[in-house]
Design a protein around this ligand. Sequence first.
Ligand SMILES: [Zn+2]
Ligand SMILES: [Zn+2]
Length: 333
Amino acid sequence: MKALRLHTPALAERSPLQSDKVPVPRPGPGQARIKVSVCGVCHTDLHIVEGEIHPPGLPLTPGHQVVGLIDALGRGVKGRKTGQRVGVPWLYSACGTCEFCQRGEENLCPNAKFTGFHVNGGYAQYMLADARYVLPLPPALSDEQAAPLLCAGIVGYRSLRKAEIQPGEHVGLFGFGGSAHLCIQVLRHWGCRVSVFTRDFSHQDHARELGAAWAGTAGQNPGRPLDRAVIFAPAGGLVVRALELLRPGGTVAINAIHMSDIPSFPYQSIYGERTLRSVANATYRDGQEFLALAVEAGIEATVNLYPLDEANLALQDLKASRFNGEAVLRIGA
Ligand SMILES: [Zn+2]
Ligand SMILES: [Zn+2]
């Protein structure tokens, strides 16, 4: 089979992913083999490919927003069948026994494994998944529409919940790529007023099309304080700016696996019982909840399709903000 693999991290412009011929993997106990249809391209893939975060082993097949059909099952799998259409999200597996797993916070499990990071992901014709953690997909979602939901959507949804957003509040979104363009649709569904901060004019237009009440750069001011803010762009300076625009008692949540250092800021910016928190990964339950919500709210991802062989181009275009929404690799029939 074909797999687009990372052998040595390098800048995306240098096309670090290589098209390799590798054996089709055989599912071990508890695993499902997925015949991949499409795979979304996440900003985390860019961080991995460029060496900003370091997977435990190379070569590696990235990709953790995978949609496909189960075509083989290993021993001992319960509740899954061949032919079933599923999504494989970022959380590949968790230990199930540590204190975090016991609390239903398996996103924080120190033994968690992540798809396309600890194990090979979906930039390939086939991949293996832990059968317990794949998400059955609602029939209402096409393959292309489902892929961006599996990380951009699910982790974005967790960020909205961790930001403690209440219906009708004024919410600021900093950065407007794959995740934020899905989150704004959830926020509009909840009756929130949304202000979007991005320096990219095409992303500002996209935000207005999707119902933003205001769109501008982070240096500008939407004219009224934010109740909540979610930061998607991995730039530490935005944290300070979001706190400046936040009302007392409000919350800033950071949806980023990697971010530049946060500059020091005056205590006054966080005083007034403002909350600052990060968001790490997502639980299986987040996935189930968000997929149901996506159907209920009629969320439509803006999708840019690329063939598997153009995965490097997709990453380059993502890095340069050359499209709105999300890139999705088309792999199988
Ligand atoms: Zn655990
Ligand atoms: Zn991701």
